[in-house]
Design a protein around this ligand. Structure first.
Ligand code: GDP
Ligand code: GDP
Length: 453
């Protein structure tokens, strides 16, 4: 395979990939010649994927829409990403990693007439760590007699091998049934429509958390208590804001105010962490009338670690005069430089000033947190940015960024596939440009780099 096939500019993203982006994805992986393309054709029930007897041939189509038993999904033939034969172990391991980052189900195809080769074992090692379900297809079992050969593949440690003959169709139905069994009914693309958004109200003691809670729930309390069909943990509370219910996490803890002399902060931080983990978005309260402290920044770090969307509410604004305001601006520049993307509102829980501005800020943050950029748009953008600003040389070599994909939402998580190490400065540059282009206000964004040497 010509190296240039790996450049973003020449990466073929067919239209179909765009159109089916929201369907669950089944990735077919395995070394060359085990019958991946044949299996894809079998799944599609038509002769569409290019089948070549030449190992490692570059195929120009990688993604197809398929359906079985009334379920639609996308099949990705990773054969299209196969590099040359040298470094096969590594190449296949990366192929598996790509599948783990992007697929909902992985089908590892092994040629059962050959048995598990060292390459198959290398890929199985990678896939055993996978959180994505893996189905093992023992291919080229063309007859009953050959069935025993499939059983030998238990040794790969990936569970039951499904005997199949991609070429003749034998066992294909059982394999597809098994794939459907582990295929999620919806992908994470679909926004949650099934209940109120979950909010954690966090901040150091005395910033005004319980005051804000009282202010917010003071109005419309009775309406909220009667929202139908919602089951809420008794420690949580449904509060109606902007005409919609929101689930505030662990309000019981905020109202109760356990104050123990020793270890108070430790328990408070455990509590904060578990509230964040249960929430989708955090409102971080900071006392605007006092200098920003270490304790505020520790809570901020917890939010960033858990990857939640973020609104920073500067409370006690009624106490902020011109001088303090000037100081605060400087503190924000200095202390909050790592979250320039956070939504910010200046409120007073006591007077009620601007508390209604929390709702649009929460909405913006959650929209960004849920946002998915299609692979096509992402790579068009990437190609332009890289053409204008190529990555800096490393040891005289130019790392190339070949392909990018959004592997997850909540928070948006991107994977860049590169031929060499990208410096932290350049990664930050790409993240900044990504934010400018696609607008992730209010949400953290993660960018992971997978290097192929
Ligand atoms: P890929 O490189 O993994 O995509 O493999 P292909 O689908 O191109 O198949 C490689 C070779 O194996 C081709 O010659 C196929 O005809 C053959 N093949 C694929 N599936 C089967 C099968 O179930 N039985 C037999 N006997 N041969 C198969
Ligand atoms: P928590 O520990 O974070 O729950 O904080 P509280 O809600 O108990 O508030 C701590 C103190 O700050 C109380 O005396 C509140 O009356 C006061 N407080 C809360 N919000 C405001 C505000 O917006 N302005 C002023 N001036 N005081 C506030």
């Amino acid at each position: 395979t010509d190296e240039s096939d790996w450049e973003v500019g020449e990466f073929d993203l067919d239209d179909e990939l765009e159109g089916v982006a929201s369907l669950p994805v089944v990735a077919i992986v395995g070394r060359p010649n085990v019958g991946k393309s044949t299996l894809v054709n079998r799944i599609l029930g038509r002769r569409e994927a290019v089948v070549e007897d030449v190992p490692g041939v570059t195929r120009d189509r990688v993604s197809y829409r398929a359906s079985w038993s009334g379920r639609d999904f996308t099949v990705v033939d990773t054969g299209g990403w196969e590099p040359d034969a040298k470094g096969m172990h590594q190449a296949i391991a990366r192929q598996a990693e790509l599948a783990m980052a992007t697929a909902d189900v992985i089908v590892l195809v092994v040629d059962a007439t050959v048995g598990a080769t060292s390459t198959d074992e290398a890929v199985a090692r990678v896939l055993r760590r996978s959180k994505t379900p893996v189905v093992l297809a023992a291919n080229k079992i063309d007859s009953d007699k050959a069935e025993a050969e499939a059983a030998a593949l238990w040794s790969l440690g990936l569970g039951e091998p499904y005997p199949v003959s991609a070429a003749h169709g034998r066992g294909a139905g059982d394999l597809l049934d098994e794939i459907l069994k582990v295929l999620p009914t919806t992908t994470q693309v679909v926004p949650r429509l099934d209940g109120p958004r979950r909010v954690a109200l966090v901040g150091k003691p005395n910033v005004g958390k319980s005051s804000l809670l009282n202010k917010l729930s003071g109005t419309d309390r009775s309406v909220v208590d009667n929202v139908a069909g919602t089951t809420v943990d008794p420690v949580d509370e449904l509060i109606e804001l902007g005409g919609r219910p929101w689930q505030f996490i662990d309000t019981a803890g905020l109202r109760r105010k356990v104050r123990t002399a020793s270890g108070h902060e430790y328990y408070a931080s455990l509590r904060t962490r578990s509230a964040l983990e249960a929430a989708e978005v955090a409102i971080l309260l900071i006392d605007a009338s006092q200098p920003i402290t270490e304790q505020d920044l520790r809570v901020l770090s917890l939010i960033i670690e858990t990857g939640r969307a973020l609104v920073i509410a500067f409370n006690k604004w009624d106490l902020v005069d011109e001088d303090r305001r000037y100081q605060l601006d400087k503190e924000i520049d200095r202390e909050l430089a790592r979250v320039p993307w956070a939504q910010r509102v200046n409120i007073s829980a006591m007077t009620g000033r601007a508390v209604q501005k929390l709702v649009p800020a929460l909405d913006t943050a959650l929209d960004s947190w849920d946002k998915r950029i299609s692979t096509g748009r992402l790579n068009n953008w990437l190609k332009e940015v890289i053409a204008a600003n190529p990555p800096p040389l490393r040891g005289g070599r130019q790392p190339r960024v070949m392909f990018a994909t959004q592997a997850a939402t909540r928070p948006p998580t991107f994977v860049l596939f590169t031929t060499g190490f990208l410096e932290a400065g350049y990664r930050r540059f790409l993240e900044r440009r990504l934010r400018e282009e696609f607008n992730f206000d209010g949400s953290p964004v993660r960018v992971n780099v997978r290097v192929r040497d």
